[in-house]
Design a protein around this ligand. Structure first.
Ligand code: LLP
Length: 420
């Protein structure tokens, strides 16, 4: 257990969380190296000698220290922008292993990714296919591609993170996919190497994943019959984690089911994000005030929707643990200081905390810091990585001045006197 109480005090690995809060301030994200490593190794071990590539989804947590750990473990990477490509490069990741997903890749991004010789573009529309072929041909090169098909499978997750239904913007609808493959095969700037799909995130049942994988493979088989040599099936990411009462399959079970569903002659590519880093991170915050209204008790924290938007955006549940056992438990809402009623971190929780206490929001390693904003001119939180008894600053707390360092005041010539 990397996050556990020892003598009534919450620790991450061998370090007491309150010591980190004292030294680095709150709110702050704290990550455990060992959880990241354990999860990555669980994927790798589950595949055994089956041909596979694990492309960590950088969007889940792109901190350079986190990418460093994964690069050292030999992970490949899944990106959705050249910003993420730059992060992988900065962390010494192998760019030749990168897959590039996303419905809106620009010409500039295609040029950058081609220059980096990434492993595969996951193409999501006919117009994108045509532009990528033009760009590759104009550079005298070939883009390795997979068509991301939309298998129209219900992933049974929150509608905002479901991607594999016909009503979603992602992928090429099955009925257009044949035409897109034919078109791809006719362009010398393109080299079809795979089929891709990704049906959604925080998936807690295995059936839709296996269903989508089988549909993607049927596509691969169909292409093969037409003389297009599809080498890999990329089934995306999506495996969920246990946020509270969720009960997702284990990594071993998930990988086993995919391996069973896909013919061994295909290389299997997966793009996990949350299941590698989600449980590896917590958001530590201090309760600033308690406030009783006629109907509710609020714990007003120094973390807000600006640090963790998941509760406001997806009604997501994160367990809340006090850093040390304290006062009598009461039902309360945990909210932040931001001027929005949607600024809540947890609702109706039985907690024994009061003003001045430190709390930890659990399972915030994925889609936590990366989705933070500086709304209300709130500098972004620090990120700390713990490795055994060692504490590394993975990102220092932003300053208010940094928030407007790239802004310009009007030049003197544009200043008008009042009433002029
Ligand atoms: N591959 C593709 C093409 C994706 O779109 C995603 C996530 C992944 C892989 C990684 O999925 P994961 O293994 O992490 O589930 N912000 C939301 C989650 C958005 C997921 C977007 N795509 C949240 O906080 O729940």
């Amino acid at each position: 257990m990397s996050f556990a109480y020892k003598e009534g005090r919450l620790h991450v690995e061998e370090v007491e969380l309150s010591a980190i809060a004292q030294a680095h301030g709150t709110p702050c994200y704290v990550y455990s190296r060992s959880v990241i490593e354990t999860n990555f190794r669980a994927y790798r071990d589950a595949f055994g000698d089956r041909q596979h590539r694990i492309c960590y989804a950088v969007k889940a947590n792109g901190n350079l220290a986190v990418l460093d750990i994964l690069a050292q473990l030999g992970s490949a990477f899944d990106i959705v922008s050249v910003g993420e490509l730059a992060r992988v490069r900065a962390a010494g990741g192998n760019l030749r292993t990168v897959t590039f997903a996303g419905v809106g890749k620009t010409r500039f991004e295609m040029e950058q990714a081609l220059a980096a010789r990434i492993a595969c573009f996951n193409v999501e529309s006919i117009e994108e296919l045509d532009l990528l072929a033009d760009v590759a041909e104009s550079l005298g090169t070939q883009a390795p591609i997979a068509i991301r098909v939309n298998p129209d499978v219900d992933p049974k997750t929150h509608p905002y993170i479901a991607t594999g239904l016909n009503e979603n913007k992602f992928g090429v609808p099955m009925e257009q996919a044949r035409e897109v493959y034919r078109r791809a095969a006719s362009r010398k700037g393109l080299n079809v190497v795979g089929v891709a799909c990704h049906i959604g995130s925080q998936l807690t049942t295995i059936e839709p994943i296996v269903d989508a994988a089988s549909r993607a493979m049927a596509w691969g088989d169909g292409c093969y019959a037409q003389g297009i040599d599809v080498e890999h099936i990329d089934i995306g990411g999506g495996l969920g984690i246990a946020y509270g009462s969720d009960n997702p399959p284990t990594i071993e079970k998930y990988v086993g089911a995919i391996c069973d569903a896909l013919d061994p002659h295909y290389e299997i590519i997966i793009e996990p994000g949350r299941s590698i880093v989600g449980a590896a991170g917590v958001l530590v915050s201090r309760v600033v005030y308690m406030k009783q209204t006629p109907t509710k008790l609020f714990a007003i924290c120094d973390a807000a929707m600006t640090e963790l938007i998941r509760p406001a955006l997806y009604q997501a549940h994160h367990d809340v643990l006090p850093l040390c056992s304290g006062v009598k438990r009461q039902k309360m809402d945990l909210v932040g200081p931001v001027c929005e009623t949607a600024d809540f971190l947890a609702r109706d929780r039985d907690l024994g905390v009061t003003s001045g206490d430190l709390i930890s929001l659990m399972d915030c390693g994925a889609y936590g810091f990366v989705m933070s904003s500086s709304y209300n001119a709130r500098p972004r939180a620090a990120e700390i990585l713990v490795d055994g008894s060692e504490v590394h600053i993975a990102r220092q707390r932003e300053t208010a001045e940094q928030l407007f360092a790239d802004e310009f005041r009007l030049p003197a010539s544009a200043m008008r006197k009042l009433g002029a």
